[in-house]
Structures are given as structure tokens and as C-alpha cells.
Design a protein around this ligand. Structure first.
Ligand SMILES: CC(C)(COP(=O)(O)OP(=O)(O)OC[C@H]1O[C@@H](n2cnc3c(N)ncnc32)[C@H](O)[C@@H]1OP(=O)(O)O)[C@@H](O)C(=O)NCCC(=O)NCCS
Length: 334
């Protein structure tokens, strides 16, 4: 584990937050819960079948002491929560029966706990699909003021410390929004800049990437990026953000100075905003493989409170990493 994550764990321990893990029947989730609680990075509630959670813990020789268990078959305040959910979604055609069915599901109930202030964040997705985890986040946690788009970010840690902040770069969106329009792309840019501030405690340099730098080519795809840049500047006039620019202009000082002279971001970007999910997803995987980078994410952003989706192929350590990152984001929000 690199020093970035070590620092995150150290920070998380200083003020652990309340985390609900809705997928308590999942072995990796139980393991992550026990380890995170033992490290003191979070106070944990798990939702599931208590007998099953205990059985998993016993099999793995782990103790669930200090972890709150909620029985999915006997959820506290279910009717009241189902009614609240119905009220929230009735204009969209939700019926009371449907609301109760949805609220009886672990991930939606966990998100409702965050909405009610019973937990600070939820981490799910080892079992549930992205579609359910994202709906739970969008419907129940809601978006940050001024932001309409849920998106995701990756923290990339490069062994070569030349680029970004000593080799740390934030990428977005490589995990959620498939084909953002200019409005959504501007949300992704300002949200990722804000996430960088939250986690790194310094100002971001946000580069809006393209195959063109400052008008070197002409195409509707470039127009989308420049329109998104203009909107992003309106949304956060204090943020250091520029584009459109190519990857080398964003990262390499000599190239940035040549292709985008006077740009406040070119040559020193630490946040890379990709024009769509194809480029963002391909870039993070290539960076991971070819540059031997560590990749942490995708982690949700744009919601009123941090929360997270996991890959269904995740390991217990991935769940812990995401928990720790969200705990630190929460600390810095408070
Ligand atoms: C979020 C998602 C589940 C919604 O699916 P859906 O219900 O079929 O889609 P809809 O377009 O009807 O959207 C449903 C609601 O979510 C909202 N929504 C969709 N995408 C959103 C986003 N990125 N941010 C915020 N809200 C979003 C819509 O505005 C809509 O709200 P409303 O019902 O209050 O009007 C769907 O867009 C999705 O699965 N996205 C994930 C994309 C994906 O798979 N990415 C790659 C992962 S590797």
C-alpha cells in the first residue's frame, strides 16, 4: 500500500465516522467491517441476516463485537421509511406497495439511514448492481447544492512522482456517466475539483481533456468540452480549471507552455477530466497497467454526502479503502 492510503488511514482514525454496510451477508463485507472497526477508522452498522453474519465471522475467526447488526427481515421503522420514500417518489409514479418493497432492500434501507442521519455514509455494490446502488444514492442521499450529476472519480497513484501532486492524480469520470453532455461534464469537472480539495486539502488544477488543445482542431466533440469549461467556470469561479487540452499539454510543463501558453493549468494538472466514459475508463486502466499505478475507485461524488459503489469483483481491502477515503471526505466536509 502506497503512502497515499497510509495517510488516509491515519487521518480516518483521528475521527472515525458512522458507516453502514448494507451487504452484511457478503463475506468480504464482514471481513472489511471487522478490520475497519478494529483499526478504528469507522463505527460500523451492517445490514443482513444476523445468523449468517455471525456464521461468516465465526468461519473466518473474526469477532463482530462493537459492530451493530440490523436484521434485514426485521428492519426498524420500515413502515415510516417506506412512507417517506413514497412521498419522495410519488410524483414519479411510485406506489406505497412498491415503496415498501424497495425500502425492504438492504442498499435502499442503508441509504435511508444516511438520509436520516443514523449513518454518515454507506458503501455497497459488492452484491448489488450499479443501477441499484446509484438509484439509492440519487433518490435518498440526493445531490450537492448546485450539482445535478452523480459521477465517480479515481485516485491514481503513480510510481513516477513527476506528474500531478507527487504522482497523485484524480481522474473522472472513468466509472459512471457514459456519455455526458456539456452540462453534465461541467458538473463532473467542478465536482472532481471539489473532491480533490476535500481529500488533498489544497487547490486543484483541473484539466478538461480533449484531442485538441486550445482550438488546434475543430469538431463538435471539442465544442462540448469548451462549452463544459465555460459552464464549470460559472459554477465555481474560484476553481483553477482550463481546457480544452491534450493529455501531454495537461501534464508536461514544456508541452503545456508551447501548446497552451499562459494557461494556469497546462503542465501542472492534478485533476484530469475525460470527455466521456470510454476515454476515462480506458485511461485509468492503461495508467494502472502501463504506468504501474495504483487505482482507488471508482468512488461516487456529487452526492450531498459521500457514498460509494463497489465492483462486484472487489476484495475486502477495496471495501476498506473506499470506507477510509469516504471517512476522510466526511471529516473535511464537517
Ligand atoms: C442511474 C441509473 C440507474 C438510472 O437509470 P434509469 O432509472 O433507467 O434512468 P433514468 O434516466 O430514468 O433516471 C432515473 C433517475 O435518475 C436520475 N439520474 C440518472 N443518471 C443520473 C446521474 N448521473 N446523476 C444524477 N441523477 C441521475 C434521473 O434524473 C432520474 O431522476 P428522476 O427519476 O427523479 O427523474 C442509470 O442511469 C445507470 O444505470 N447509470 C449507470 C451507468 C453505468 O452503467 N455506467 C457504467 C458503470 S461501469
Amino acid at each position: 500500500m502506497g503512502s497515499f492510503m497510509e495517510t488516509i488511514y491515519e487521518k480516518a482514525k483521528k475521527s472515525p465516522q458512522k458507516v453502514v454496510l448494507p451487504e452484511g451477508n457478503d463475506e468480504r463485507t464482514v471481513e472489511a467491517a471487522v478490520k475497519a472497526a478494529a483499526m478504528g477508522i469507522a463505527n460500523i452498522t451492517m445490514i443482513g441476516d444476523p445468523a449468517k453474519m455471525n456464521e461468516i465471522a465465526k468461519k473466518k475467526n473474526l469477532s463482530l463485537d462493537g459492530i451493530e447488526l440490523i436484521d434485514l427481515k426485521n428492519l426498524p421503522n420500515l413502515d415510516a421509511y417506506a412512507n417517506d420514500f413514497y412521498e419522495l417518489r410519488k410524483a414519479k409514479g411510485m406506489t406505497p406497495e412498491e415503496a415498501k418493497k424497495v425500502m425492504s432492500r438492504d442498499v435502499y434501507y442503508g441509504a435511508m439511514m444516511v438520509r436520516k442521519g443514523l449513518a454518515d455514509t454507506f458503501v455497497a455494490g459488492a452484491v448489488n448492481t450499479t443501477s441499484d446502488v446509484s438509484r439509492a444514492a440519487i433518490y435518498l442521499i440526493g445531490m450537492k447544492k448546485g450539482i445535478k450529476t452523480l459521477s465517480s472519480f479515481f485516485v491514481m497513484i503513480l510510481p513516477d512522482k513527476t506528474y500531478g501532486k507527487d504522482g497523485v492524480l484524480f481522474y473522472s469520470d472513468g466509472g459512471f456517466v457514459i456519455d455526458p453532455d456539456a452540462e453534465q461534464l461541467s458538473d463532473i469537472a467542478v465536482t472532481t475539483g471539489a473532491t480533490y480539495r476535500e481529500l488533498m486539502q489544497e487547490e486543484p488544477n483541473v484539466a478538461m481533456l480533449s484531442f485538441s488543445t486550445k482550438g488546434s482542431a475543430k469538431h463538435a466533440r471539442i465544442d462540448k468540452v469548451t462549452a463544459a469549461l465555460a459552464l464549470a467556470k460559472q459554477k465555481d469561479p474560484t476553481m483553477n480549471i482550463d481546457g480544452e487540452m491534450q493529455g501531454d499539454a495537461a501534464l508536461v510543463p514544456a508541452v503545456g507552455a508551447k501548446k497552451a501558453p499562459g494557461s494556469p493549468v497546462a503542465g501542472r494538472a492534478n485533476v484530469l477530466i475525460f470527455p466521456d466514459l470510454d476515454s476515462g475508463n480506458i485511461a485509468y486502466k492503461l495508467t494502472e497497467r502501463l504506468a504501474k499505478a495504483e487505482a482507488y475507485g471508482p468512488i461516487y461524488q456529487g452526492t450531498a454526502r459521500p457514498c460509494s459503489d463497489l465492483s462486484r469483483g472487489c476484495k475486502a481491502s477495496d471495501i476498506m479503502n473506499v470506507m477510509a477515503i469516504n471517512v476522510v471526505r466526511l471529516q473535511n466536509m464537517k
